[in-house]
Design a protein around this ligand. Structure first.
Ligand code: NAP
Ligand code: GCO
Length: 266
């Protein structure tokens, strides 16, 4: 197979959850650039309208839908609609996610459940909805967007770390259960990426200096910068394409080296 063909996604249908902005939008843009037909979902009409205009501005003919990934019936209907309008989903990117930064002792179980529901149960529901179609097709790619918190903990993110650690294991389990059916399920573990989700950690101080957490991330990252959504484009195309057909159950960390580094000595 020639290299271009190996990385080509020509004509394949990709569903990117939460693809309205941030990491999901960049990944969808990359998949479209490699030839995929894009479907994405988000929860509000305002975000959907803005996203459709943003895709159009990039010359991408994406189909957008309102759908909450935690509602199993709605996700089933979404996948059925995409099948009718675009064709069977061959690539699923489980990207939709939220974080709540609350010290554990101050966190209500309800908040904890909501994070786990969106960040872990959501990917289960979406994978469950697309796998039957992939089985019929005889192939499929599922990419779960994990996190540094799939490996590391830190103060205030107990629910998020529990969910993203769980998502790493869901990834390995889907690989174990459906690898034989030629479905590859891998994860991308982004490092600290500049998106709306991390904006509060990068806010400038009143005197114009960097947020202490921003400085902490720069010192903890060998690349000495925050990642950008664009940093995830190549890895996403790789894991969605035939180039990764024998890569399964793997988490590809795209973190500027954070997980390799003990941190700057004082
Ligand atoms: P973001 O800017 O907050 O975007 C999150 C997206 O998910 C939005 O499009 C949002 O749209 C959608 N979403 C949230 N809950 C949803 C639900 N229940 N159903 C459907 N869509 C939902 O976040 P991001 O930084 O791009 O992060 C994307 C993914 O990467 C998340 O899973 C996040 O945990 C993970 N991640 C982020 C970083 C980082 O540093 N930024 C690092 C590692 C991993 P609506 O609000 O319109 O629904
Ligand atoms: C936090 C951050 C993270 C990142 C990301 C790291 O508060 O520590 O929001 O958890 O968003 O997931 O990979």
């Amino acid at each position: 197979m020639d290299l271009n063909q190996m990385f080509s996604l020509e004509g394949k249908v990709a569903l990117v959850t939460g693809g309205a902005y941030g990491i999901g939008f960049a990944i969808a843009e990359a998949l479209a650039g490699a030839g995929a037909k894009i479907a994405f979902n988000c929860r509000s009409q305002a975000n959907l309208d803005k996203a459709l205009a943003d895709y159009q501005a990039k010359g991408i003919d994406a189909k957008g839908y309102i759908c909450d990934v935690t509602h199993e019936d709605a996700v089933k209907q979404l996948v059925a609609r995409i099948e009718t309008e675009l064709g069977p989903v061959e690539i699923l990117v489980n990207n939709a996610g939220i974080i709540k930064r609350i010290p554990m002792l101050e966190m209500d179980a309800e908040d904890f459940r909501q994070v786990v529901d969106i960040d872990l149960v959501g990917p289960f529901i979406c994978a469950k909805a697309v796998i039957p179609g992939m089985l019929k097709l005889g192939r499929g790619k599922i990419i779960n967007i994990c996190s540094m918190m799939s490996e590391l903990g830190r103060e205030t993110v107990s629910a998020y770390a529990a969910a993203k650690g769980g998502l790493k294991m869901l990834t390995r389990n889907i690989c174990s259960e459906y690898g034989e059916a030629n479905i590859q399920c891998n994860g991308i573990g982004p490092g600290y990426i500049a998106t709306p989700q991390t904006a509060p950690l990068r806010e400038r101080q009143a005197d114009g200096s960097r947020h202490p957490f921003d400085q902490f991330i720069l010192s903890k990252t060998p690349a000495a910068r925050w990642g950008t959504p664009e940093d995830l484009m190549g890895p996403a195309v790789f894991l969605a394409s035939a180039a990764s057909d024998f890569v399964n159950g793997h988490i590809l960390y795209v973190d500027g080296g954070i997980l390799a580094y003990i941190g700057k000595q004082p």
